[in-house]
Design a binder for this molecule. Structure first.
Ligand code: SF4
Ligand code: SF4
Length: 165
């Protein structure tokens, strides 16, 4: 299992063409069968990786925020929902988004509002959801940033018998 982010960045560079081929290889799979493989690997890999030693998603991405996420966070911080929106969020075409990356609430590698973190934070990197095949572009964007995604993809190559040549 590779968890060092610098090593993952190097491997990402080296595997660009291979991953392009793997992307099209995955497009040819039965979507439901593929989901089963990914869900199984996600469980194994996420059990073996400690997110508290990483925190890179909180440093690298702008989290999408659901309207229902705002009030619990406001209560936790002892401020109004308007203050949460004004101080920590911005609006885009899809709704609310955390305005800063790294996230305001990250301290070291740890989330300071863990119990009230956003729905998107709870489900990242989304590999336990259905329709993996339909989200492949996003998966390959996060491959170089998230050790869980990186290791799931690398193990998936072996599991599916992917041969780059
Ligand atoms: S709210 Fe917490 S888990 Fe979500 S991005 Fe910010 S620091 Fe990370
Ligand atoms: S989900 Fe991925 S990027 Fe985020 S903390 Fe866990 S291993 Fe790191």
């Amino acid at each position: 299992m590779v968890t060092d982010l610098a090593e993952i960045a190097k491997l990402d560079e080296a595997k660009q063409l291979e991953n392009e081929h793997f992307y099209y290889f995955l497009k040819g799979w039965n979507p439901k069968r593929l989901d089963q493989h990914v869900h199984q690997l996600y469980k194994e890999v996420s059990d073996a990786i400690d997110c508290r030693a990483c925190g890179n998603c909180c440093r690298s991405f702008h989290v999408q925020v659901e309207a229902s996420d705002i009030e619990p966070l406001a209560d936790r911080l002892g401020i109004s929902s308007d203050d949460v929106q004004n101080n920590f969020l911005k609006q885009n075409a899809e709704g609310w988004q955390v305005s800063q990356s790294p996230c305001h609430f990250l301290n070291g590698n740890e989330c300071t509002v863990y119990e009230q973190r956003f729905t998107d934070c709870r489900s990242f990197p989304h590999l336990d959801k259905p329709h993996f095949q339909g989200r492949l572009l996003t998966v390959f964007i996060t491959y170089s940033q998230c050790p869980i995604v990186f290791n799931v993809i690398e193990q998936l190559k072996e599991k599916l018998g992917f041969n780059n040549f």
